[in-house]
Design a protein around this ligand. Structure first.
Ligand SMILES: C[S@@+](CC[C@H](N)C(=O)[O-])C[C@H]1O[C@@H](n2cnc3c(N)ncnc32)[C@H](O)[C@@H]1O
Length: 265
């Protein structure tokens, strides 16, 4: 659907720059948990992984996960569930989950929630992490301020990257290329990216921007997202349509690293 170009431009110019992509505090306080990582977890279980990749992640000593953007602290539990699924409940205590976001409110909320896991309760002397360990073991968490277009991590350091609609917060094709290039760089050779995003179907402009709840959401064509990822050195392992009707669609794609294209273009 979207908006006519001139109206989009007007709305974008009316929104203070800090609301573009990385939003104001209200966004995080009122974030609708319908969009949290619970559905992403369900999709990951449903779509599955090629057996050799699943086995490698299941049997590894430790997996390093990276979550690109998180607007709600509920994701600490949701991404733990994803790690349980990928690595197994017992092994997950060896895993490290890094959450990276550019917004200070999001960072503060997530840091407080992670500290809460290890804060001793007054009367039992146990922490949330300890008291829930049998039924719901947690991995370790890092919460860091960083830009998904320029990730503050070394090459080939992450086993699993998760991105749930975060690339729709990037509003130029260059930024989207930059993000895929960074993911390809930080993923280990046999690492995977689970990514969900919304795309547009028309051929009008290369990218369509619209204001949604005070945030600018951008969409490119599906072919353009996939071409950007493959140019960056990623290869499609699995694809699943989430929704497609009218002018837009939502999809989840599982990417691995393209073994024939180790260096970025
Ligand atoms: C819609 S949320 C992601 C949705 C996700 N399902 C969730 O549960 O949070 C997008 C997040 O990405 C962050 N973000 C947007 N642009 C970013 C950038 N360039 N670098 C890092 N984080 C960014 C925003 O601050 C926000 O927290």
């Amino acid at each position: 659907m979207g908006f006519p170009e001139d109206m989009t431009q007007k709305m974008i110019s009316e929104i203070p720059s800090e609301k573009a992509g990385v939003t104001n505090d209200d966004y995080y306080e009122n974030f609708d948990s319908f969009f949290d990582l619970q559905m992403m977890g369900e999709r990951i279980e449903h779509v599955g992984l090629p057996e050799d990749v699943a086995e490698r992640l299941r049997s590894s000593e430790r997996n390093d996960f990276l979550v690109l953007g998180s607007a709600t602290v509920k994701n600490i539990n949701e991404v733990t569930r994803i790690a349980h699924h990928i690595h197994g409940k017992k092994q997950v205590v060896n895993d490290v989950i890094t959450i990276v976001d550019l917004n200070d409110t999001s960072i503060r909320m997530h840091k407080e929630a992670v500290e809460q896991l290890d804060r001793k309760s007054d009367w039992t002397g146990t922490t949330v992490r300890e008291s829930s360990a049998e039924a719901f073991p947690y991995p370790r968490f890092n919460v860091e301020r960083g830009d998904i277009r320029n990730l503050p991590y070394g090459d080939s350091t992450k086993d699993v990257v998760i991105s749930d609609y975060t690339i729709n917060f990037l509003d130029t094709p260059e930024d989207i290329n930059g993000c895929f290039g960074e993911v390809a760089r930080v993923l280990k050779e046999d690492g995977v990216l689970f990514i969900a995003f919304r795309y547009k179907k028309d051929d009008d402009a290369p990218i369509e921007r619209a204001s949604q709840g005070g945030v600018i959401i951008s969409k490119m064509r599906l072919e353009d997202y996939l071409a950007s990822a493959t140019r960056s050195g990623l290869t499609i392992l699995k694809k699943e349509t989430i929704y497609t009707e009218g002018a837009a669609g939502d999809i989840m794609v599982v990417f691995g690293k393209d073994p024939d294209k180790r260096s970025r273009t």
